[in-house]
Ligand binder design. Structure first.
Ligand SMILES: [Zn+2]
Length: 282
């Protein structure tokens, strides 16, 4: 099983997962079809399916276009709002693509229909892989747009947290540096946070992805997986794990965003006092 990490849009990831015997492939979150098709061609693989984590446009907007290119394409997901959906999957449902097994893990909260995908290959020494969308990030977790802290707690502890510790984590966005800066605020003494943040900054400088991590690592530096730790409880002033998680999420939502890097055009506009129109532009 080979995973191609494809950076798209501002900070999103698409993943092309290749079954190397059959040269069949599935894509997790197809947001930029042109980019995906280039890589499918370059790798010489047949695209069988799209696995969509959730309906947000930066994860699902390429589905319809790809379904037109490949009329046989299967589109999996757990939310009716996902474009071109052909198979609505449920929690623990298993799919098979050649030797690749997929278990669908329902993790509602970021959106009410969010699905993660856990993959492993028959008779392979490779560690399994988790495609965690906008539920679990490296060093962080997704915003609670359509769910509760209780749901996210269940997602992170009972569902994703219970997977094998060597599972590789491939998340939906490159938010690692920002997440770990917050993690350092939560636990200023945590050496794992410091180490991972220093590493992530180097990767960022070279424009390299920080995915994948492993689940084992996440337990060491991701505050959202450490809600039962005394240091994290102290930071939030709460004791019950769900309350700690809720408080952490609120803190993170208010954590100052780094200054946006300005494009040369924006810099010019700024100098000419025309900054207004660029504000809030995505
Ligand atoms: Zn999202």
């Amino acid at each position: 099983m080979k995973v191609k990490v494809i950076s798209v849009l501002e900070d999103n990831y698409m993943y092309l997962v290749i079954e190397e015997n059959t040269k069949e492939a599935v894509v997790v979150d197809a947001s930029v079809p042109k980019r995906l098709l280039e890589i499918v061609r370059k790798e010489g693989v047949t695209l069988k399916a799209i696995l969509t984590t959730h309906h947000h446009w930066d994860h699902a907007r390429g589905n319809e276009e790809l379904a037109k290119v490949y009329p046989e394409l299967q589109v999996y997901g757990a939310d009716e709002r996902i474009g071109a959906l052909t198979h609505k999957v449920t929690h623990n449902e298993e799919l098979k693509f050649g030797d690749i097994n997929v278990r669908c893990l329902f993790t509602p909260c970021h959106t009410s229909g969010h699905m993660c995908y856990f993959m492993w290959e028959e008779n392979s020494p490779d560690a399994p892989a988790l495609f965690s969308g906008d539920t679990l990030f490296i060093g962080g977790c997704g915003k609670f747009f359509e769910g509760t802290a209780e749901q996210m707690y269940k997602n992170l502890t009972e569902i994703l947290g219970a997977l094998p510790k060597d599972t590789k984590v491939f998340c939906g966005h490159e938010y690692t540096v920002r997440n770990l800066k917050f993690a350092l605020k939560v636990e200023p003494e945590n050496e794992s946070v410091k180490k991972k943040l220093a590493w992530a900054k180097l990767r960022d400088d070279e424009d390299l992805p920080t995915v994948p991590s492993t689940l084992q690592e996440e337990f060491h530096y991701n505050p959202f997986l450490r809600v039962s730790e005394e240091s994290v409880q102290q930071f939030t002033g709460k004791a019950a794990p769900v309350d700690v998680l809720r408080a952490l999420r609120t803190e993170k939502d208010n954590f100052k965003k780094p200054k946006e890097r300005l494009t040369p055009q924006a810099m010019l506009a700024f100098e000419w006092g025309l900054f207004g129109p660029f504000m809030g532009k995505k």
